[in-house]
Design a protein around this ligand. Sequence first.
Ligand code: BGC
Length: 759
Amino acid sequence: MSKTIEKSGNRAFRKWGSILVFSGLIPLLFAFGPWPDTPTGPEPGDDISRKVDSVLALMTLEEKIGQMTLYTTDWGSTGPTIRPGYTDDIRSGRCGVLFNSHTAAFTRELQRVAMEESRLKIPLLFGFDVIHGYKTMFPIPLGEAASWDMKAIERSAEVAAAEAAAAGLQWTFAPMVDITRDPRWGRVMEGPGEDTYLAAQMARAFVKGFQGESFENADRVLACVKHFAAYGAPIGGRDYNTVDMSERMFREVYLPPYQAGVEAGAWTVMASFNEIDGVPATGNSWLLMDILRGEWNFPGFVVTDYTGINELVEHGIVANRKEAGELAVLAGVDMDMQSAAYQEYLKKSVEEGKVPEARIDEAVRRILRTKFMLGLFDDPYKYSDVAREQRVLLSAEHQEASRDVARKSIVLLRNEGVLPLAKSIKSLAVIGPLADDQANLIGAWSGAGEGRHCVSLLTGIRNKLGTGTDILYAKGCAIEGGDQSGFSEALDAAQKADAVILAIGEHKDMTGEATSQVQIRLRGQQEELARQLVATGKPVAVVLMNGRPLVIPWLAENSPALLECWWLGTQAGNAIADVLFGDYNPSGKLPITFPRHEGQIPIYYSHKNTGRPFNPESKWTTKYTDIPNSPQFPFGYGLSYTSFRYGKPQVDKTVFRKGQAVKVSVTVENTGHRAGEEVVQLYVRDLAGSVTRPVKELKGFQKIALKPGERREVQFTLTENDLAFYTRNMQWAAEPGTFDLMVGGSSDDVQAVRVTMIE
Ligand code: BGC
């Protein structure tokens, strides 16, 4: 709670600071955007449109701008507010949308102000960052991505929506589907990882889970695809930094997940902080009009990111906040989050003829339509029901869902025969700064989640083993700092025990917004503690809890067992115990590459071949001279307690015509002694194109469950679209030629079959 208040406070300072600094009147330097040719918007004549128009007709220009204004409030308790006058803004109709207010009681009271004390009685809309859970926390999105289980992800979003909606909310600022290939960027934890295909699947699953089938459903919330666009590609991995890439890369790698979210019906989109080819997204009509509305037919509304309009001044694209508002509104931004630029200047801009009032009406129609669709005009309090809130939050059913997704998100990185441990183990040492932690395990961006509801690893292990095992706990060291005074207690516990579980990693605030780092290693004395524990010769299972890929060469090569557990949410401890003791066989696969060294970044599996691909026999090929090119752990990698054997992939035809589909099949067999799940991955490579193509691109995957000895044929159908890309002329098309189709259990462990496409 305090984090957000503090965050808001800083921003308040920035906002009012900007007003003082940038109050000069400087001529408009930009032309009007493509408005009013916007191809979408409310359909004239439908029932809601008529209602919307009847409300619009009653509104003053100021009240219209109020609907386009989004402010944060406090957290629903007695804490400080970012904008002390926001209730007056509600009364005067100068603010129609709020965020960070939550709980049924608090939203109900604010809604009452709107309904009883404002002139037009237009209900408020309440938004919040429900990223991976509201009260019942799920794994961080990067962890969920590791599950490669879209049903589970959809379910997590559905639960998050049910809890958020019961707490008075109708809108979440999620999913974040920013591709990133740079784990220095702190927000890597909030996103889907490095791959376009996987991210697009996740975008769909999240949107479906949040929104459900009907907007009238009071147990779902509106989704907001963010941060549009390419926010995950800041230069140097430094948050908020410039993004600069070719249009081909932008369209091929970065845009598809947002598009998938929009196509799945996401009703809102958030413009990102960054620029694209010199134009910040918040003022970029090519992005918000041509692509989003023109190419994708997006019907909903566009909101800025926090103070995004004011930041146009800092970007250096306009001279002052009034111009910033004009640029944003004409570029297609319907709602101003927290800049107050619309509220303060837009009326004047309309009066001066710089912004047509029809553009304001268009934005307001979209927002009013949203409120009608949600049923708020019929029952403004339908989401603010205290009895429902009490019933829904943290329900047993939600805990079960959280535990299920959590264990599916765990990735087994290494296992020298240590795991799973027997439940009959006599004594067990549970060590490490994160072993008895609750607050960190819910992860950053944890909504209304509270550490006290989280099952720590120690508790999860106790729940699993009962009283039959002597469990020795020692913290050993802190996450940061130089203190080794706890080592002797930890080593002593290890010596007395039959096995050791060591929980180390990151503090939850080490990733998330504004937390970029140049070193992505374990801090403090954690690795030294691991080395000394491993040196005891006891079987040590290292449990990593972190929000980004870490550089961990020593652990990767020396730990007897290594589990990537991210931050798994409320049921973390139970889920990890399920895996440690074999009640769940780990099935996660990495959604992002783990580098050997930060100097390799950006490192990703879907790279180009170059004209001099690495050849160990030749000096003059692409490589580092001090470290291998290969990552520590590749994209798609993850072990199981059982083993899988892949047959050679087969195709139904090796030569096919453009437009024809190709079927690829492979037999996968569980060759071990335990039931297990495997993520069967399909990659393609176009060997020669009118522009160079990546060495591998994920185009399909299936997660299958096999009993010991069971074999299954897995089939994929590749269509022309799966082989298409932006050609030399920037046409989306597949080009005849030769392709390698590759199937396997990791991006670096595939077998290929070659096929040819003819005209
Ligand atoms: C973040 C967004 C978030 C917004 C509102 C911004 O700083 O970039 O992801 O939705 O704050 O909290």
